[in-house]
Design a protein around this ligand. Structure first.
Ligand code: GTR
Length: 393
């Protein structure tokens, strides 16, 4: 009886393994539109990378009317304060700009380790897509693993955060008619920027300030986001080459998740463009139901971060985000790092929950648990930055 059971369960395990979905017909990263194989950094940077960028701007995230506006300015919103038992300097900074149609501003928070006085601190900018008071409280009365500022500072990194809704509202019915969108245009067109691009733009404006702050090492700064924020962090890392790392947490559909893989429990382009039409440009809707016909896919967006670092994460109970799709994007993007003589993702197969693959310049970790951004994830991102030598003299 026991032997029969063992044989049966072994059979079940093999069957389950065999049933694990694999990517199919993934669009070729390293072949240009004209059919040329990309074998040099030069062809990548001059031909293929711009081609891919063009695809994503025109078809998925939309085009921005502006990058850094000439009118951009920073001012101290509140006097600096020593906090966290004297371990961190808190800064509250107001970023302001003026577009042709309207002006806008928002305030973000920075906790900088006091050790930065001896040596500028590397750090992370969180794009917070959850309620600000509970998750990025500048007073630290409310603490949340979503932004474990104390732990980040304790590891020698600066913790910066802003709320995405301060840049553009997360409003499905709003048609991108408010916030930063409204500063430059009255109406959206088929390829004008959606909310993800606007939030990523906000992260770049915070980085603009980081570059002016002597306590911070702007060359070693990561952008972090979870879920819709994870999609945003990936886009920010692809668009703004000043980010040294993009930390892409549980980003799912239209984030890191590859579309060329059958994952029936995960979100589709049809569903995401119906529920969140404001996140993308209107053109993206054309691809609803066409995942396997598309000649581009999200690994190409991941590749746009090369040769800088990217860290992709999934949670074991987050099938909506399509964990294997998130993993395979990292795999299929890796040739971009290899062109630069770096390793992309160093991995031999989909990891078990609680494994992190961080030997290359592409990191993937698989956290046990539900869809969330937790201290576990933050520790993996900081481990990766440590490994890349962000704090080395
Ligand atoms: C879900 C959405 C996902 C993900 C998530 C989130 O409803 O389907 O794409 O972004 O929201 O941001 O929490």
């Amino acid at each position: 009886m026991k032997t029969t059971m063992t044989i049966l369960s072994a059979f079940a395990a093999v069957a389950a393994l065999a049933a694990e979905p694999e990517p199919k017909n993934v669009p070729e990263l390293m072949t240009t539109k004209s059919g040329e194989k990309v074998t040099s950094v030069e062809t990548w940077e001059k031909v293929r990378r711009p081609e891919l960028m063009e695809i994503f701007l025109e078809n998925e995230y939309g085009r921005r009317p502006v990058e850094r506006p000439d009118s951009l300015s920073f001012e101290t919103a509140e006097p600096d304060k020593l906090m966290m038992d004297g371990k961190a300097i808190r800064k509250r900074i107001r970023v302001s700009w003026k577009g042709p149609l309207a002006s806008q501003s928002f305030v973000f928070t920075a906790f900088i380790p006091v050790t930065a006085k001896e040596r500028p601190a590397p750090g992370f900018i969180l794009i917070c897509n959850r309620p600000a008071a509970a998750n990025i409280d500048p007073e630290r009365v409310n603490k949340s693993e979503f932004w474990p500022a104390e732990e980040i500072v304790a590891r020698g990194y600066a913790a910066l955060a802003f709320w995405n809704g301060d840049v553009a509202p997360d409003d499905a019915k709003g048609k991108c008619s408010k916030g930063v969108h409204a500063c430059w245009a009255k109406k959206r067109t088929a390829n004008s920027w959606g909310a993800l691009s606007a939030w990523a733009w906000g992260a770049s404006r915070v980085l603009d300030w980081v570059e002016t702050e002597p306590l911070l090492d702007a060359k070693h700064f990561g952008v972090v986001g979870h879920s819709r924020g994870g999609k945003t962090a990936l886009l920010a890392g692809a668009l703004d080459t000043r980010f040294a790392m993009a930390c892409v947490n549980d980003s799912g559909c239209s984030g890191a998740k590859l579309n060329h893989i059958e994952l029936p429990k995960s979100e589709s382009i049809d569903r995401i463009t119906k529920t969140f039409p404001h996140w993308f440009c209107l053109n993206y809707r054309k691809f609803a139901g066409k995942e396997f016909e598309m000649d581009f896919d999200q690994h190409m967006l991941v590749a746009l971060v090369a040769p800088r670092a990217v860290a992709i994460a999934s949670a074991s109970k987050d099938s909506w985000a399509g964990q294997r799709g998130e993993y395979y994007s990292a795999v299929f993007a890796s040739p971009a790092w290899e062109l630069y003589g770096k390793k992309g993702l160093v991995s031999s197969g989909f990891p078990k929950p609680d494994e992190a693959r961080q030997e290359g310049t592409v990191s993937y970790h698989f956290r046990p648990g539900i869809h969330n951004l937790t201290l576990h994830d933050w520790n993996r991102y900081m481990d990766f930055a440590d490994r890349l030598g962000w704090k080395r003299p």
